[in-house]
Design a protein around this ligand. Structure first.
Ligand code: NAD
Length: 366
């Protein structure tokens, strides 16, 4: 079944490169999704990526209650093609014009292979662009807001686990942060400030200095995932939560910004069976995009945009309660909820569906 609303494929008039924009859904608001500039063996592989990633954006925005739908741009670079300065500019201008042709029904931002500076070039052709540099009036680096969103989700988890509230949510609780990059560093600082007992790790040994600064324990990257801890915070790369890992886990809950944490969907069900709440990464990591969209597309003040980021806490709490009430994993609860919201959209007849994977099959643990 064709589940997308609109897909446009165009050879850039300046660059000659294939540019794909997929709108999965604008049923809940104008679609949003980053611009990926990446090498593909064939442009059709870029199309497959655009279809998959735009659907993932619908899941992200709808779960986080953001008034937007899901879309994605992919510029499919043929193998070996390297863009020099003028050629890069050409393709970004082509992207801007194609985005503009959607008349406000789709806006783009940075993704793999593109930067905030690139968004500035795209903005020469369209206003439907976000995450531009602060120096030109954009919302700048999203990492602090991503961290704030994760912090809000963490609060919700401790409220669920222990009925704790306010600043005391994490005080005296053990938290293990894996990955001390842009987001992990800011998050570790917030958690230390709020009285959590931190263990941190990174494959980059230079990050040890942060552990010293925060009075945190440092552990070897290979040991962090199975450390005994109240909360595990994946803030490095995706795919770390595997079927094999689940029986080894010694945490009470998992919440972090890393994208695509689950090596496969079935891990969500296994975590649920082990009684370990996992806040879906597409919700926990939404703070940066929520801030940027509110500021740059909807004209919100910084305070108002930050308030919307904090809303991740209430959404997480509701999701975890719903999942517990239904006896299903938070991931499945989120998929079902998004399916319901799309079906109830005013334009429901033509609203695309989200693949609610009811049969998330989980292998037996033994
Ligand atoms: N930056 C954002 O606003 C944002 C928004 C949404 C999602 N995310 C996701 O959050 C994650 C972190 O983003 P970031 O911007 O901080 O990235 P980053 O590249 O700045 O930091 C990642 C850190 O993880 C470390 N690392 C890599 N592999 C590791 C491993 N196996 N064990 C321990 N440490 C490891 C790296 O050395 C690096 O310090 C990524 O998955 C990213 O896609 C980020």
């Amino acid at each position: 079944m064709f589940s997308h609303e609109q897909v446009s494929v165009r050879r850039g008039p300046r660059s000659g490169l294939p540019i794909i924009i997929a709108i999965h859904s604008s049923a809940l608001g104008p679609a949003v999704g980053g611009c990926r500039l990446w090498h593909y063996p064939d442009w059709r592989d870029g199309l497959t990526d655009a279809l998959r990633l735009s659907e993932a954006m619908t899941l992200k925005t709808a779960t986080a209650n953001v008034p937007h739908g899901g879309g994605k741009t992919v510029v499919a670079l043929p193998p070996g093609v390297v863009l020099d300065g003028p050629a890069r500019r050409d393709v970004l201008r082509d992207v801007g014009e194609l985005v503009e042709s959607f008349g406000g029904r789709y806006a783009t931002g940075p993704d793999v292979g593109t930067s905030a500076e690139d968004m500035n070039i795209i903005s020469e052709a369209t206003r439907q662009v976000f995450c531009r540099p602060e120096s030109v009036g954009g919302s700048g680096d999203p990492a602090p807001y991503t961290a704030a969103g994760v912090r809000a989700a963490i609060g919700a988890v401790f409220r669920l686990l222990e009925g704790r509230n306010g600043a005391n949510e994490v005080r005296g609780r053990t938290v293990t942060v894996i990955g001390l990059g842009h987001v992990g560093t800011q998050l570790a600082r917030m958690l230390a400030r709020d009285g959590a007992m931190l263990t941190v790790t990174d494959v980059d040994e230079r990050r040890r200095s942060l552990a010293e600064e925060l009075g945190a324990e440092w552990c070897a990257p290979g040991q962090a995932l199975t450390a005994e801890t109240d909360l595990l915070v994946p803030a490095a790369l995706g795919g770390q939560l595997t079927v094999e890992l689940v029986p080894e886990l010694r945490c009470r809950a998992i919440v972090g910004p890393a994208n695509n944490q689950l090596a496969e969907d079935a891990v969500a069900e296994l975590l649920h069976r082990r009684g370990i709440p996992w806040v879906p990464d597409y919700l926990a990591s939404a703070g940066g995009v929520i801030f940027a969209l509110a500021r740059e597309l909807r004209g919100a003040t910084p305070d108002e945009a930050l308030r919307q980021v904090g809303g991740i806490g209430a959404v997480t709490e509701e999701l975890l309660h719903n999942a517990a009430r239904l006896g299903i994993s938070p991931h499945l609860a989120a998929l079902r909820r998004v399916g319901e919201r799309l079906a109830a959209a005013p334009d429901a007849e033509s609203a695309p569906t989200i693949a609610v994977r009811e049969a998330i099959k989980a292998p037996m643990m033994n």
